[in-house]
Design a protein around this ligand. Sequence first.
Ligand SMILES: *[C@@H]1O[C@H](CO)[C@@H](O)[C@H](O)[C@H]1NC(C)=O
Ligand SMILES: *[C@@H]1O[C@H](CO)[C@@H](O)[C@H](O)[C@H]1NC(C)=O
Ligand SMILES: *[C@@H]1O[C@H](CO)[C@@H](O)[C@H](O)[C@H]1NC(C)=O
Length: 403
Amino acid sequence: MLASSLVLLALAFRLTVAQNLSIPSTWRVIRARSAVSIVPYLQFIFDPSLYSGFGYWQDANVLSAMANLDYFTISRANQQAVTDSLNAAFSLYTDYDQYGVSFYNDDAMWWATAAYYGYRAYGDINLLSHAIETWQHVSNYVITASDASSGKQPNKDFLIEGSCDGETMVGGVFWRPTSDDTSVNSITTGYDVILFYLKCAHLVRVNLSAYLTSATGNITYNNAAILSANFIKTSNMNSGGLILDSIDAQDCTRSPSDWLFTYNSGKYIEGLSVLASVTGNSSWTSLLVDIVAVATKATAWEGSNGIITEGADITEDNDDVGFKAVLIRGLAEAWSRNIGNTALRTLIQSYIDFNALLDLASTSDSGSTWYSPAWEGPGPTSFIAWGQLAAVDVLVSAVRINS
Ligand SMILES: *[C@@H]1O[C@H](CO)[C@@H](O)[C@H](O)[C@H]1NC(C)=O
Ligand SMILES: *[C@@H]1O[C@H](CO)[C@@H](O)[C@H](O)[C@H]1NC(C)=O
Ligand SMILES: *[C@@H]1O[C@H](CO)[C@@H](O)[C@H](O)[C@H]1NC(C)=O
């Protein structure tokens, strides 16, 4: 008992000294803003008439931000709109699954997570049910220990690898329900950067199942979250501590090593934050801090000034535009759940403030504020709907970490 505690302590120490939480001197200096001063900017941004023509998963992110703002500010201002939308989508699409077997598991999970945030903000148990039912639906596409040892997943019609490069596939989640959907098909088709096999459904699941544990205390969800968190740690993280995109379960093909997207690390940061606080296991906290330390300084998606450059297309909406907001949201969750770690919180606060758009990438006109999806600026000369979309989580997170 004593020996194993010492081993744990030694491990924690080794990880801790590897973490560099200092703020680079090259990050730009910005005006500090109070939470109260940011809230008015969100009133315009949440106008539902502004949001049409987005992707299904992007809509769920707007609802998530609305619910989270209410949660952070102890308000019910958005409750009706959020609840109506979440209920309407759930009755239209069973388990938030928009197209049945040709659909994407992670899209269902973006909605399920929005429903969880709604539950968290308003205590509406009906919304929690939507989240749990969706999670149970998507859990049909998880690779279990028995799937890995038999080489067969019940909802897939091809043989799977139980491990890749010596690391287990247990806990991984298939990106799409389609029975014959293999990474080979998706990757070779290659016409869309998001058409790969596993995508981030497992990331979302880690996060959501961790949340469900804190909501229900059900050890089943807890175990599932740990298996998925472990899968990402051992099989889908690069040596620099950033989260990779996907693995093909049929032949272990990996997504290109330079497919490093903010939301993969962001969703994992959010999931680990919850998992660490629910389990009280400091090894998850250590991993979380490691990842935050590198994700906030990743040259894959930002320059030396600390401003995220990913998804900056001002000519058309695309999935990438919504990714970076997910990183910021995850960081805000890590900030909320690590009260004792001042260095971590200061780094996160600085990073979110640097990326908070108001100074560089916004244009105010007659009481409305427009945001560019290009966060380095300049502010847009006309309204860009997906610029607003990318901004919602950032402003909500800025409210949180400046409270
Ligand atoms: C930690 O990060 C700071 C800021 O980026 C940098 O100046 C410093 O050299 C780093 N320290 C180590 C030991 O790498
Ligand atoms: C935990 O969740 C599982 C899976 O849905 C369910 O079968 C079980 O009854 C739940 N246990 C409790 C104590 O709620
Ligand atoms: C904490 O998590 C690590 C990593 O999953 C695991 O190896 C360890 O056994 C866990 N410790 C406890 C006390 O559960």
